[in-house]
Design a protein around this ligand. Structure first.
Ligand SMILES: Nc1ncnc2c1ncn2[C@@H]1O[C@H](COP(=O)(O)OP(=O)(O)O)[C@@H](O)[C@H]1O
Ligand SMILES: [Mg+2]
Length: 473
């Protein structure tokens, strides 16, 4: 990850942004709402006040016939007073749209036919607020005292400068408040987000600590369900890695030991020849034969190991062909006949039905051959080995049963382990590397099959194998 963008991609940053949005947006909405409703309220109060005053005045105008005679001192002074109070301007327009009085004295005598004036004549008094120029403008009809007919219009504009000033002050204050809220929310959000994501940092630290060497512990960060799930998953993986590491170590030490044994024997044999003088030729021949046997043993172990290592690769290493299993078993037994007949052991094949299956011929042959070879090797003189083949719609089943010495109950769970042999002392009597069944099981597992063993000491052993007819990727 690029360092530059690390913070912006972090959970902490995202939580912070959410907190800021939650904290600041409502404050902004509230502040603008308050300012705006203050302004609306102030303007409408001002309009009502002015209108009331003007209504009274307009009645006086009508009563005093001001529209035909603008000399009335009393009314003129009232007009001036009113316009002074609200720092505004009052214009009186008669029914000919002529301006007969302007408190500013700018437009007296002129004609005014503005939209508002006309609509007021028609009966709608208007009132409008010009925020930009800070004034309220309204029109009021002057009605005849008796007929109530509109005989003139009063056009009033009053300044709203103080309202605007108050709004400005309110706005400034709310900006300052918002700034303070922003700073607080950002600081608070940064700290809170930090607290919230801390357990995740603890997970990372725990994993790093483990990686640095304390491989024996499990990690635990139970602060959140999420962190607990992560650490649980990690612990599971750790257990797997440990198991793998142990079995790798064990395998290496077994291999070294097994490879060393023949070498030690050879060294002893060679040394004893070298240590003697005038060794008879017969002894030389005998010892050299022993050395040659040990070399064979060593090379058997190595070739079995190579087979096993190759098998350790994944199932996609299989070379699948549609195979006639009956033929395959028959040819295996045929190849085994020379060894079995040496000890007068009978090889029987029971094929209950013809079976075609998708298998790797080489690996399956190796697996079954190992079973048959064991059945012969660990058998008694004049014994028998019975191989059977059966199938259902999904699997085919091969069993290899023998009349041999059987496997002690305590050993059954170990026989598939690499280098395991039931009786080490027999290892000189019956040759073997202890790798055969490990190879067999690997080959069967690669086919997504299963192998089971039933055995009774001194009675015999049965291995049963189950393999899918159709290869599963
Ligand atoms: N059919 C069997 N009858 C009795 N013992 C058996 C049989 N098959 C395997 N075993 C025992 O299991 C051990 C492991 O077998 P295997 O892995 O083939 O190694 P190896 O045959 O080289 O000793 C053998 O040493 C033997 O003790
Ligand atoms: Mg074997």
């Amino acid at each position: 990850m690029q360092k530059k963008f690390r913070f912006f991609k972090s959970l902490r940053f995202r939580i912070m942004i959410i907190l800021i949005i939650i904290g600041i947006v409502p404050s902004v909405i509230v502040a603008t709402g308050v300012v705006q409703s203050y302004e609306t309220r102030a303007v409408s109060l001002r309009s009502i006040n002015v209108k009331n005053q003007c209504d009274i005045l307009s009645n006086q105008l009508a009563a005093g016939d001001y529209l035909h005679n603008t000399d009335s001192q009393v009314i003129n002074s009232q007009l001036t007073q009113l316009s002074n109070i609200y720092s505004g301007r009052i214009i009186i327009i008669d029914s000919d749209f002529k301006i007969i009085k302007d408190t500013y004295d700018l437009e007296t005598g002129k004609t005014s036919v503005s939209e508002e004036v006309i609509s007021c004549y028609k009966g709608t008094a208007t009132s409008k607020y010009d925020k930009q120029n800070a004034y309220i403008e309204m029109t009021l009809p002057i009605q005849d005292v008796n007929t109530k007919a509109t005989i003139g219009i009063m056009l009033v504009s009053v300044s709203t400068n103080e309202i605007a000033a108050s709004v400005d002050i309110l706005e400034q204050k709310s900006i300052i408040m918002l700034a303070i809220i922003c700073v607080l929310v950002i600081a608070f959000g940064y700290i809170l987000a930090g607290i919230l994501v801390k357990p995740f940092a603890r997970v990372t630290r725990s994993i790093e600590d483990l990686t640095d060497g304390y491989l024996d512990e499990n990690i635990s960060v139970p602060d959140y369900t999420e962190t607990e799930l992560i650490t649980d998953a990690f612990n599971k993986m750790l257990t797997k890695v440990k198991t793998l590491d142990n079995s790798r170590q064990e395998f290496v030490s077994n291999v070294s030991h097994e490879l060393k044994t023949p070498l030690t024997s050879m060294k002893v044999l060679a040394d004893s020849l070298l240590g003697q003088e005038n060794v008879p030729i017969e002894l030389y021949q005998e010892f050299m034969q022993d050395i040659a046997d040990e070399i064979d043993r060593e090379s058997n172990i190595i070739s079995d190991l190579l087979t096993l290592v190759k098998m350790d690769k994944k199932a996609d290493q299989l070379n699948i062909d549609i195979t006639n299993i009956n033929d395959l078993l028959e040819s295996i037994l045929k190849r085994m006949t020379p060894i079995s007949s040496r000890r007068n052991i009978e090889l029987i094949l029971d094929s209950f039905r013809p079976v075609q299956a998708e298998v790797d011929q080489v690996k399956l042959t190796l697996a079954i051959s190992n079973l048959v070879e064991n059945a012969i090797k660990y058998n008694v003189e004049d014994g028998w080995v019975r191989v059977s083949l059966n199938a259902d719609h999904k699997y085919f089943y091969v069993t290899v049963a023998d009349s041999g010495r059987g496997i002690p109950e305590a050993s059954i769970e170990h026989i598939f382990e690499r280098f395991y042999r039931v009786d080490k002392s027999h290892s000189t009597e019956i040759e073997g590397t202890g790798l055969g069944l490990a190879i067999t099981r690997n080959a069967i597992v690669m086919h997504r099959g299963a192998i089971k063993v039933y055995s009774k000491e001194n009675e015999g052993t049965t291995f049963s194998v189950r393999i899918p007819l159709i290869h599963i990727e």
